[in-house]
Design a protein around this ligand. Structure first.
Ligand code: FMN
Length: 247
């Protein structure tokens, strides 16, 4: 038994020495340097220019959509955890990793949120826009149906950052970067997501979910199978964004 254990340890050490694949310590995932992927971008003179895996990744990124209506099919816990594991591989300022992911799956709670979110929105809309009474009445009538769709997914994640992290001002970058990877990972498993903000204001959400003051809300995102995949909204051409060397 002891001998067997020793040989496993020796084999593991040898493997680590040969491959550079080492565990970071107990409870931490062992990640091979470079993740086992090519360390340089190969320059290929002939078509096809990208491997099928590369094309697949590009397709996943391109086909991520903001989804606002979902099927009730459950999302397995392993998928939720895999998606959040991908989210937390985002870069962070000084490697501070300031996130907390609040996962909400309780349908009764989400149904209560539906009612609350409608009234939060109407109150804010009335205060800010000062709409004519008939416009406000129209909004009051239509919003519950919209909110029922927006909150129809089986899983939601409040992406939070910790203001007590070492570099709090940089949480404004670290938070959305994780949210973006979450959305890409979810898309690769066939799920729609959304960077919801307006319907779910930070202070109201803090109170509703009992989120401690130290955490800031980045976004509230659904994870679920879309009722249908929405068409891509118009996107500006690449050339509009890119300048080489100087303006
Ligand atoms: C900072 C930010 C705030 C957003 N807020 C909302 C929101 O409150 N509600 C919503 O439905 N979508 C929201 N979105 C999603 C955008 O509407 C969506 O990304 C955009 O229309 C492009 O569509 P696509 O994500 O399918 O490419 C937000 C996105 C970002 C980046």
């Amino acid at each position: 038994m002891i001998r067997e254990f020793r040989s496993i340890l020796i084999a593991a050490g040898l493997f680590a020495a040969l491959t550079g694949f080492a565990s970071d310590g107990p409870g931490r995932a062992a990640v091979p340097p470079g993740g086992g992927l090519p360390s340089i971008a190969p320059v290929q003179a002939s078509a096809p220019p990208y491997t099928p895996q590369q094309e697949y990744l590009f397709e996943i990124i391109k086909s991520r959509r903001t989804v606002r209506d979902f099927r009730p099919d459950p999302v397995p816990r392993e998928h939720v955890m895999k998606i959040l594991d991908m989210a937390r591989s985002a870069p962070t300022s000084g490697n501070q990793q300031p996130w907390k992911f609040l996962v909400v799956q309780d349908r009764a709670k989400l149904d209560r949120l539906k009612v609350e979110a409608v009234s939060w929105f109407l109150e804010e809309y009335d205060k800010r826009m000062k709409p004519a009474p008939e416009r406000l009445a129209g909004m009051r009538k239509q919003l519950p149906a919209t909110m029922a769709k927006v909150l129809s997914a089986p899983v939601y994640v409040a992406v939070l950052t910790d203001s007590r992290s070492p570099y709090p001002p940089d949480c404004r970058y670290d938070g959305p970067l994780a949210a973006a990877l979450l959305m890409i990972a979810a898309r690769s498993l066939g799920y729609g997501t959304g960077f919801y903000t307006t319907y779910f204001p930070e202070e109201r959400m803090r109170q509703f979910f009992g989120i401690p003051d130290r955490y800031n809300l980045v976004c509230f995102t659904p994870i679920g199978i879309p009722a249908e995949w929405p068409p891509a909204p118009p996107k500006k051409p690449l050339e509009d964004f890119v300048v080489f060397e100087k303006f």
